[in-house]
Design a protein around this ligand. Structure first.
Ligand SMILES: Cc1cc2nc3c(=O)[nH]c(=O)nc-3n(C[C@H](O)[C@H](O)[C@H](O)COP(=O)(O)OP(=O)(O)OC[C@H]3O[C@@H](n4cnc5c(N)ncnc54)[C@H](O)[C@@H]3O)c2cc1C
Length: 257
Protein backbone atom coordinates (compact mmCIF):
# COMPACT_ATOMS: atom_id res chain seq x y z
CA UNK A 1 0.00 0.00 0.00
CA UNK A 2 1.11 3.57 -0.73
CA UNK A 3 1.79 6.07 2.06
CA UNK A 4 -1.39 7.11 3.89
CA UNK A 5 -2.87 10.18 2.21
CA UNK A 6 -4.92 12.28 4.66
CA UNK A 7 -6.85 13.94 1.87
CA UNK A 8 -7.82 10.56 0.44
CA UNK A 9 -9.23 9.67 3.88
CA UNK A 10 -11.37 12.82 3.81
CA UNK A 11 -12.56 12.18 0.26
CA UNK A 12 -13.47 8.58 1.10
CA UNK A 13 -15.69 9.66 3.98
CA UNK A 14 -17.35 12.56 2.23
CA UNK A 15 -17.93 10.70 -1.05
CA UNK A 16 -19.47 7.65 0.58
CA UNK A 17 -21.62 9.65 3.02
CA UNK A 18 -23.12 11.93 0.40
CA UNK A 19 -23.59 9.13 -2.09
CA UNK A 20 -25.65 7.25 0.52
CA UNK A 21 -27.41 10.37 1.77
CA UNK A 22 -28.48 11.39 -1.72
CA UNK A 23 -29.96 7.91 -2.22
CA UNK A 24 -32.22 8.62 0.78
CA UNK A 25 -33.61 12.09 0.07
CA UNK A 26 -36.83 10.36 -1.08
CA UNK A 27 -37.76 7.15 0.73
CA UNK A 28 -40.71 4.88 1.33
CA UNK A 29 -40.50 5.21 5.11
CA UNK A 30 -38.80 7.85 7.25
CA UNK A 31 -38.41 6.96 10.92
CA UNK A 32 -37.71 9.58 13.58
CA UNK A 33 -35.79 8.00 16.45
CA UNK A 34 -33.76 4.79 16.49
CA UNK A 35 -34.86 3.23 19.78
CA UNK A 36 -35.90 -0.42 19.99
CA UNK A 37 -39.38 0.10 18.49
CA UNK A 38 -38.08 2.10 15.54
CA UNK A 39 -35.27 -0.39 14.90
CA UNK A 40 -37.66 -3.35 14.78
CA UNK A 41 -39.96 -1.44 12.43
CA UNK A 42 -37.01 -0.52 10.21
CA UNK A 43 -35.88 -4.14 9.95
CA UNK A 44 -39.30 -5.52 9.06
CA UNK A 45 -40.00 -2.79 6.51
CA UNK A 46 -36.59 -3.16 4.87
CA UNK A 47 -37.02 -6.94 4.74
CA UNK A 48 -40.25 -6.35 2.85
CA UNK A 49 -38.33 -4.34 0.27
CA UNK A 50 -39.18 -0.78 1.37
CA UNK A 51 -36.55 1.92 1.31
CA UNK A 52 -36.14 3.03 4.94
CA UNK A 53 -34.20 5.94 6.43
CA UNK A 54 -33.94 6.43 10.21
CA UNK A 55 -32.88 9.71 11.73
CA UNK A 56 -31.46 9.59 15.25
CA UNK A 57 -30.62 12.67 17.27
CA UNK A 58 -27.90 11.07 19.34
CA UNK A 59 -24.51 9.70 18.40
CA UNK A 60 -25.58 6.19 19.43
CA UNK A 61 -28.81 4.71 18.14
CA UNK A 62 -30.60 2.37 20.57
CA UNK A 63 -32.63 4.85 22.60
CA UNK A 64 -33.35 3.89 26.19
CA UNK A 65 -32.54 0.22 25.88
CA UNK A 66 -28.79 0.34 26.56
CA UNK A 67 -29.07 0.78 30.31
CA UNK A 68 -31.67 -1.91 31.08
CA UNK A 69 -33.23 -1.01 34.43
CA UNK A 70 -31.51 1.73 36.44
CA UNK A 71 -28.24 1.15 34.60
CA UNK A 72 -28.13 -2.62 35.16
CA UNK A 73 -27.72 -3.78 31.55
CA UNK A 74 -30.46 -6.40 31.55
CA UNK A 75 -33.91 -6.12 29.99
CA UNK A 76 -36.98 -8.24 30.61
CA UNK A 77 -39.23 -9.73 27.96
CA UNK A 78 -42.34 -11.75 28.46
CA UNK A 79 -43.93 -14.74 26.80
CA UNK A 80 -45.40 -13.77 23.45
CA UNK A 81 -42.66 -11.23 22.70
CA UNK A 82 -39.44 -13.05 23.47
CA UNK A 83 -39.21 -14.52 19.97
CA UNK A 84 -38.73 -10.99 18.60
CA UNK A 85 -35.36 -10.70 20.35
CA UNK A 86 -34.36 -14.32 19.71
CA UNK A 87 -35.05 -13.73 16.02
CA UNK A 88 -32.15 -11.25 15.81
CA UNK A 89 -29.75 -13.65 17.54
CA UNK A 90 -29.99 -12.74 21.21
CA UNK A 91 -29.89 -15.61 23.70
CA UNK A 92 -32.30 -15.17 26.60
CA UNK A 93 -32.40 -16.66 30.07
CA UNK A 94 -35.60 -18.07 31.50
CA UNK A 95 -36.39 -16.12 34.67
CA UNK A 96 -39.46 -18.24 35.46
CA UNK A 97 -43.20 -17.51 35.40
CA UNK A 98 -43.12 -16.47 31.73
CA UNK A 99 -40.38 -13.84 32.13
CA UNK A 100 -37.09 -13.85 30.20
CA UNK A 101 -33.98 -11.70 30.51
CA UNK A 102 -31.61 -10.50 27.80
CA UNK A 103 -28.33 -8.57 27.84
CA UNK A 104 -29.42 -5.03 26.95
CA UNK A 105 -26.17 -4.13 25.19
CA UNK A 106 -26.28 -7.24 23.02
CA UNK A 107 -29.98 -6.62 22.34
CA UNK A 108 -29.41 -3.08 21.09
CA UNK A 109 -26.41 -4.16 19.00
CA UNK A 110 -28.34 -6.96 17.34
CA UNK A 111 -31.44 -4.82 16.73
CA UNK A 112 -29.22 -2.22 15.05
CA UNK A 113 -27.17 -4.65 12.97
CA UNK A 114 -30.23 -6.61 11.86
CA UNK A 115 -31.96 -3.40 10.71
CA UNK A 116 -28.86 -2.36 8.75
CA UNK A 117 -28.34 -5.85 7.33
CA UNK A 118 -31.95 -5.84 6.13
CA UNK A 119 -31.19 -2.64 4.16
CA UNK A 120 -32.40 0.17 6.44
CA UNK A 121 -30.09 3.19 6.64
CA UNK A 122 -29.52 4.85 10.03
CA UNK A 123 -28.41 8.48 9.93
CA UNK A 124 -27.21 9.47 13.39
CA UNK A 125 -26.58 12.94 14.85
CA UNK A 126 -29.60 14.18 12.91
CA UNK A 127 -32.71 15.60 14.58
CA UNK A 128 -36.20 15.59 13.09
CA UNK A 129 -37.47 19.08 13.86
CA UNK A 130 -40.55 19.34 11.65
CA UNK A 131 -42.56 17.53 8.99
CA UNK A 132 -43.28 18.10 5.33
CA UNK A 133 -47.04 18.73 5.18
CA UNK A 134 -48.60 18.83 1.72
CA UNK A 135 -52.17 18.25 0.56
CA UNK A 136 -53.35 17.49 4.09
CA UNK A 137 -50.87 14.63 4.54
CA UNK A 138 -47.46 14.20 6.15
CA UNK A 139 -45.06 13.64 3.27
CA UNK A 140 -41.73 13.43 5.01
CA UNK A 141 -39.50 14.89 7.68
CA UNK A 142 -37.55 18.10 8.12
CA UNK A 143 -34.13 17.43 9.56
CA UNK A 144 -31.18 19.30 10.94
CA UNK A 145 -27.78 18.41 12.35
CA UNK A 146 -28.06 17.67 16.08
CA UNK A 147 -24.91 19.73 16.55
CA UNK A 148 -26.64 22.77 15.03
CA UNK A 149 -29.68 22.12 17.24
CA UNK A 150 -27.52 21.75 20.37
CA UNK A 151 -25.60 24.98 19.83
CA UNK A 152 -28.82 26.76 18.87
CA UNK A 153 -27.56 28.13 15.57
CA UNK A 154 -30.11 29.73 13.28
CA UNK A 155 -29.53 27.47 10.30
CA UNK A 156 -32.31 26.24 8.03
CA UNK A 157 -33.04 22.52 7.97
CA UNK A 158 -33.47 20.30 4.89
CA UNK A 159 -36.31 17.98 3.88
CA UNK A 160 -36.61 14.26 3.23
CA UNK A 161 -39.62 12.97 1.30
CA UNK A 162 -41.43 9.85 2.52
CA UNK A 163 -44.60 7.95 1.67
CA UNK A 164 -44.93 7.06 5.36
CA UNK A 165 -43.43 8.67 8.45
CA UNK A 166 -43.06 6.99 11.83
CA UNK A 167 -42.75 8.86 15.10
CA UNK A 168 -40.52 6.56 17.18
CA UNK A 169 -39.14 9.31 19.39
CA UNK A 170 -40.21 7.69 22.68
CA UNK A 171 -41.66 9.52 25.68
CA UNK A 172 -41.44 12.95 24.07
CA UNK A 173 -43.48 12.12 20.94
CA UNK A 174 -41.65 14.96 19.26
CA UNK A 175 -43.02 14.58 15.74
CA UNK A 176 -46.62 14.30 16.93
CA UNK A 177 -46.20 17.43 19.03
CA UNK A 178 -45.03 19.35 15.97
CA UNK A 179 -47.94 18.01 13.93
CA UNK A 180 -50.60 18.94 16.50
CA UNK A 181 -49.13 22.41 16.73
CA UNK A 182 -48.67 23.12 13.04
CA UNK A 183 -50.65 20.69 10.87
CA UNK A 184 -53.87 19.72 12.61
CA UNK A 185 -55.63 17.42 15.03
CA UNK A 186 -54.28 13.96 15.81
CA UNK A 187 -56.60 10.98 15.93
CA UNK A 188 -56.82 10.89 19.73
CA UNK A 189 -59.66 11.59 22.13
CA UNK A 190 -58.82 15.28 22.32
CA UNK A 191 -57.08 15.72 18.98
CA UNK A 192 -53.69 16.18 20.61
CA UNK A 193 -50.94 14.31 22.49
CA UNK A 194 -52.62 13.11 25.69
CA UNK A 195 -49.34 12.51 27.58
CA UNK A 196 -48.04 9.33 29.17
CA UNK A 197 -49.28 8.09 32.52
CA UNK A 198 -47.28 6.75 35.48
CA UNK A 199 -45.78 3.29 35.51
CA UNK A 200 -48.14 0.32 35.17
CA UNK A 201 -46.42 -2.36 33.10
CA UNK A 202 -49.38 -4.75 32.87
CA UNK A 203 -51.50 -2.12 31.10
CA UNK A 204 -48.65 -0.26 29.39
CA UNK A 205 -47.37 -3.37 27.66
CA UNK A 206 -50.79 -4.15 26.22
CA UNK A 207 -51.71 -0.63 25.20
CA UNK A 208 -48.38 0.09 23.51
CA UNK A 209 -49.28 -2.46 20.85
CA UNK A 210 -52.94 -1.44 20.69
CA UNK A 211 -52.00 2.25 20.40
CA UNK A 212 -49.61 1.62 17.52
CA UNK A 213 -51.46 3.20 14.58
CA UNK A 214 -51.73 5.98 12.03
CA UNK A 215 -52.53 9.11 14.06
CA UNK A 216 -52.58 11.61 11.20
CA UNK A 217 -52.62 10.97 7.45
CA UNK A 218 -49.12 9.73 6.62
CA UNK A 219 -47.92 9.62 10.25
CA UNK A 220 -47.75 6.47 12.41
CA UNK A 221 -46.67 6.08 16.03
CA UNK A 222 -44.73 3.21 17.59
CA UNK A 223 -43.15 2.32 20.93
CA UNK A 224 -43.35 4.58 23.95
CA UNK A 225 -44.48 7.39 21.66
CA UNK A 226 -47.71 5.46 20.99
CA UNK A 227 -48.55 5.38 24.69
CA UNK A 228 -47.51 8.99 25.19
CA UNK A 229 -49.79 10.13 22.36
CA UNK A 230 -52.74 8.04 23.49
CA UNK A 231 -52.44 8.80 27.23
CA UNK A 232 -51.42 5.31 28.41
CA UNK A 233 -48.97 4.20 31.14
CA UNK A 234 -45.21 3.75 30.87
CA UNK A 235 -43.71 0.40 31.65
CA UNK A 236 -40.01 0.71 32.50
CA UNK A 237 -37.42 -1.92 31.54
CA UNK A 238 -39.77 -4.59 30.17
CA UNK A 239 -39.36 -4.36 26.40
CA UNK A 240 -41.65 -6.95 24.82
CA UNK A 241 -44.29 -4.37 23.93
CA UNK A 242 -41.73 -2.11 22.23
CA UNK A 243 -40.64 -4.91 19.93
CA UNK A 244 -44.20 -6.02 19.13
CA UNK A 245 -45.18 -2.40 18.49
CA UNK A 246 -42.31 -2.05 15.99
CA UNK A 247 -43.51 -5.17 14.18
CA UNK A 248 -47.11 -3.95 14.16
CA UNK A 249 -46.31 -0.53 12.68
CA UNK A 250 -44.26 -2.22 9.96
CA UNK A 251 -47.20 -4.49 9.10
CA UNK A 252 -49.64 -1.55 9.04
CA UNK A 253 -47.44 0.53 6.76
CA UNK A 254 -46.56 -2.40 4.52
CA UNK A 255 -50.23 -3.12 3.94
CA UNK A 256 -50.90 0.54 3.07
CA UNK A 257 -47.91 1.03 0.79
C1 LIG B 1 -31.66 8.06 26.72
C2 LIG B 1 -32.86 7.33 27.29
C3 LIG B 1 -32.80 6.78 28.57
C4 LIG B 1 -33.89 6.12 29.11
N1 LIG B 1 -33.79 5.59 30.37
C5 LIG B 1 -34.84 4.97 30.93
C6 LIG B 1 -34.76 4.44 32.23
O1 LIG B 1 -33.72 4.52 32.86
N2 LIG B 1 -35.86 3.84 32.77
C7 LIG B 1 -37.04 3.73 32.04
O2 LIG B 1 -38.01 3.20 32.55
N3 LIG B 1 -37.13 4.22 30.79
C8 LIG B 1 -36.06 4.83 30.23
N4 LIG B 1 -36.13 5.31 28.96
C9 LIG B 1 -37.29 5.04 28.22
C10 LIG B 1 -37.44 3.57 27.89
O3 LIG B 1 -36.24 3.02 27.68
C11 LIG B 1 -38.38 3.51 26.79
O4 LIG B 1 -39.61 3.14 27.34
C12 LIG B 1 -38.02 2.56 25.64
O5 LIG B 1 -36.66 2.61 25.35
C13 LIG B 1 -38.87 3.05 24.54
O6 LIG B 1 -38.43 2.60 23.33
P1 LIG B 1 -38.77 3.43 22.04
O7 LIG B 1 -38.19 2.67 20.92
O8 LIG B 1 -40.21 3.75 22.00
O9 LIG B 1 -38.05 4.83 22.23
P2 LIG B 1 -36.69 5.26 22.93
O10 LIG B 1 -35.90 4.10 23.39
O11 LIG B 1 -37.02 6.31 23.91
O12 LIG B 1 -35.90 5.89 21.69
C14 LIG B 1 -36.30 7.08 21.08
C15 LIG B 1 -35.14 7.58 20.25
O13 LIG B 1 -35.57 8.71 19.54
C16 LIG B 1 -34.53 9.67 19.53
N5 LIG B 1 -35.18 10.97 19.28
C17 LIG B 1 -36.02 11.64 20.11
N6 LIG B 1 -36.45 12.75 19.51
C18 LIG B 1 -35.88 12.79 18.27
C19 LIG B 1 -35.94 13.68 17.16
N7 LIG B 1 -36.69 14.78 17.19
N8 LIG B 1 -35.20 13.39 16.06
C20 LIG B 1 -34.42 12.28 16.00
N9 LIG B 1 -34.33 11.41 17.03
C21 LIG B 1 -35.05 11.64 18.13
C22 LIG B 1 -33.92 9.54 20.91
O14 LIG B 1 -32.60 10.06 20.95
C23 LIG B 1 -33.95 8.03 21.11
O15 LIG B 1 -32.78 7.40 20.63
C24 LIG B 1 -35.08 5.99 28.36
C25 LIG B 1 -35.14 6.53 27.07
C26 LIG B 1 -34.03 7.19 26.53
C27 LIG B 1 -34.09 7.76 25.14
Amino acid sequence: MKEIDDIKVTESIVNRYFEEFSEHTEVDVAIAGAGPAGLVAARYLAEKGHKVAMFERKLSPGGGMWGGGMGYPVVVLQEGSVDEIKKVGVDVKDAGDGYYTADSILSVSKLMSSAIDAGARIFNIITVEDVLYEKERIRGVVINSSAIETIGLHVDPITIGAKATIDATGHDAEVCRVVEEKAGELETEKGRVLGEKSMWAEIGEKTVVKNTREVFPGLWVTGMCANAVMGAPRMGPIFGGMLLSGKKVADLIDSQL
